[in-house]
Every structure is written in C-alpha cells, then in structure tokens.
Design a protein around this ligand. Structure first.
Ligand code: HEC
Ligand code: HEC
Length: 330
C-alpha cells in the first residue's frame, strides 16, 4: 500500500458523519467500506391489519409461536429454545422497558449473535463488561456513525446499570461459543442486496465479489424470526483464508503482529490470552472491528495494541484476516 492511500484513510474519522457523503467523495483510493455497514431497507412494522387475529409464526423443532409484531419487540427476546441455554437473567430476555433493550433480542438468548451485531457466548466476562463500559464512555463507536445496530448498542450501554451488565456478562461468558457461519471462497456471486443490516447473496445475473465479504443467512425468513439455529454463509475473496492464516501466524514479515501472540493458538482466546477469542465468529463483524481500530472509531487505552496491529493493513488484508478467523473452530 502506498502512502497516498494510507493518508486518505487516516483522514476518515473526521468526516465519517455520513457514509453516503463518503461514497461520493472518496470513491477513488481505499474508499470507505460501505458494504460492511449495510442498510436495513426493510418496511417499518405496520402493525396488524384491522381486527384479524395476528398470525402466529413458528420454527421447526419447537412448539413456540410468536406474532410478527412480537418478533419486533426489542424488550422481549423471542426465546425459541429455552431448554438450550442456562436460565437467563431478566436483562437478557426482556431488558428494561423503554431504557435497555434485551441483550438477547440482538445477540440472541444464547449469545450466538448475528452478523450485524456480535457473538457474546464464550467471551470473558470482564471483557464483556469493559466493552460495554467503552460503548458507554464513547471510546468505542462504529466506523460508520449512522450504522443503526451500533447506535442501538450505544443506547443500551448508556442506560444499563453495572448490575445488569454484570449479570449479562456472567451469563454469556458461561455459554460455550459455537460457530454458525460457513466461510466460502469465491470470486463471483449471483447478486447481492443490503437488507436487514446484512449484505446477502440474492439471485441475479452474477457479479464480482471484489474486495467484500457478503454474509447472509441461509434463509432470510428464519433470520427475521431470530432463529438461533440458523446458519450463515460468508462469501470471501478466493485465497483469503490462506492469506489470512499466513498473516495471522507470521505477522507478514513486519506488516502486522502475529495474532496468536495475544489471541492464543487457533485464535481461541482463553486463559493467558490478552485478546478475546476470534475463532468462528462472524467475518463481517471482525472486519468492522479491524476497520474501526484503523480509523480510531474503536479507540481508548484498551485499543492501543490493536491500533498498532492494524496500522499498516489494507482493507483487503483485514478481509483476509476476518475470513481466516471466521473459518476456525471456536
Ligand atoms: C439493539 C441491538 C443490541 C442490543 C439490545 C444489545 N446489543 Fe450489544 N451489540 C450490538 C451491536 C450492533 C454490537 C456491535 C457494535 C459495534 O461494534 O459497532 C454489539 C456489541 C456488543 C459487545 C462487544 C462484543 C465484542 O466482542 O467486543 C458487547 C460486550 C455487548 N454488545 C454486550 C451487550 C449487552 C450486555 C447487552 C444487554 C445489556 C447488549 N449488548 C444489548 C447490538 C445490541
Ligand atoms: C499485542 C496483543 C495483540 C495482538 C498481537 C493482536 N491483538 Fe487483537 N486484540 C487485542 C486486545 C487487547 C483486544 C481487545 C481490545 C479492546 O479491549 O478494545 C483485541 C481485539 C481484537 C478484535 C476485536 C474483537 C471483538 O470481540 O470485538 C479483533 C477483531 C482482533 N483483535 C483481531 C486481531 C488480529 C486479526 C490480529 C493479528 C493480525 C490481532 N488481533 C493481534 C490484542 C492483540
């Protein structure tokens, strides 16, 4: 990467107010990675049409049902499989009406997470607490300041009490991490669409994947119903996993620092690791974090080791590292 390209990226944080302005102004070298912060493009809930009983929606493997409206209530996480996770604290399942959206609504009751937020299961409890504190302090933000899922996380962090955060942190830390993404290398996809804060593959005439990660659910309706058993596919550029593995293990001859040093063997984190586990987590989430460290959107003292790690990486390097981490077993 040459100095001019690096320079243009380092200027980003100051003008990141609107990602669409960036698209217009910075479409030449190293453009803002808009693809990583997809829009919703979904109709706002219209409620139930006059009088008819709301339709109850189900999922295979459970007798539970929820109305479409209930599935959109951020103060009631749809708990499809209550037997598949330990008893959850109130903050995880219902939050606090009007102030703290239920952690389990976005991160799912078992903490598996979705590509537009983050997996929490298996993260160390003190890491979870520190991150919520960083959102609250404003030292951790999103590189796209208008990315709605991150804006909502910041609101949760601002309003949750230390007791609520501790209860959630202890709960999620005790659940073993499980991967629910298949990383697939390709140079072409059939088509793509931003929907529900995801960039997913759709049918079409074909298009180059380019320097992007296109990560979506196998079944969009099950995604809408917040099915925790749903799997995702993350399309990554051909050769990324191998290139990411090499960078992660060796640091790429001084380009960065070997990730294993701090994230442990297999990027599994755990005792003795100073960094959190990364293995098997959403590649688009990992990319957003690496990019956020590089712009300073994810800042503060705790981010300093990572800011050094990403200082000289291109977006393409970050995609490779995210692809590799996502392909590992937790
Ligand atoms: C409205 C959706 C939403 C709710 C509700 C929510 N989060 Fe989040 N959370 C997010 C998003 C989105 C991110 C990723 C933000 C980013 O990095 O820009 C996130 C990230 C996090 C992270 C960082 C994980 C990591 O690996 O660094 C932690 C910890 C976290 N949330 C904890 C919580 C807790 C605890 C609660 C409940 C008190 C909660 N969240 C409720 C959307 C949500
Ligand atoms: C010198 C130690 C160190 C090295 C080397 C290191 N990391 Fe980290 N990493 C950390 C720490 C510490 C954090 C937590 C930062 C925080 O609290 O904000 C972290 C956080 C992260 C996160 C955010 C995870 C999350 O849950 O949000 C990602 C992604 C990441 N590192 C990727 C990498 C990759 C990829 C490499 C190798 C290229 C790497 N790290 C090398 C220490 C390190």
């Amino acid at each position: 990467m040459n100095a001019a390209r690096r320079g243009s990226r380092l200027k980003l944080p100051a003008i990141v107010a609107s990602a669409s302005i960036l698209l217009a102004g910075f479409s030449q070298a190293d453009p803002f990675p808009l693809w990583a912060f997809p829009a919703s493009n979904m109709p706002i809930s219209s409620g139930q049409s006059g009088g008819a009983a709301p339709q109850r929606l189900g999922l295979p493997g459970t007798n539970r049902t929820f109305s479409r409206e209930a599935l959109r209530d951020r103060y009631a996480a749809p708990d499809w499989f209550p037997d598949r996770h330990p008893p959850a604290p109130v903050v995880v399942l219902t939050g606090r009406e009007g102030a703290v959206a239920a952690c389990g609504y976005c991160h799912l009751p078992d903490g598996l997470g979705r590509p537009e937020n983050a997996s929490l299961s298996g993260l160390p409890a003190d890491y979870i607490r520190r991150q919520v504190a960083a959102f609250r302090a404003g030292t951790r933000t999103s590189a796209a300041s208008d990315y709605v899922p991150s804006v909502l996380m910041a609101q949760v962090a601002a309003n949750a009490t230390d007791e609520e955060v501790a209860a959630a942190a202890n709960y999620f830390a005790a659940i073993p991490a499980r991967a629910h993404v298949h990383v697939v290398e390709t140079n072409r996809i059939t088509g793509s669409e931003a929907k529900g804060f995801l960039l997913r593959e759709i049918a079409g005439v074909g298009e180059p994947l380019g320097d992007r990660i296109v990560e979506g659910p196998r079944d969009f309706e099950r995604f809408e119903r917040r099915d925790p058993r749903l799997f995702y596919v993350a399309y990554v550029p051909f050769g990324s996993v191998r290139r990411g593995a090499k960078l992660a293990r060796t640091g790429g001859a001084g380009l960065t620092v070997a990730c294993n040093t701090c994230h442990a063997e297999g990027l599994r984190g755990g005792a003795g690791a100073t960094g959190p586990p990364l293995a098997g987590r959403s590649p688009s989430y990992i990319f957003r974090q690496l990019y956020g460290f590089s712009t300073g959107a994810r800042g503060g003292g705790a981010s300093l080791p990572m800011r050094a790690v990403v200082a000289r990486l291109t977006q393409n390097d970050m995609i490779a590292l995210a692809a590799y981490a996502g392909s590992l077993k937790p």
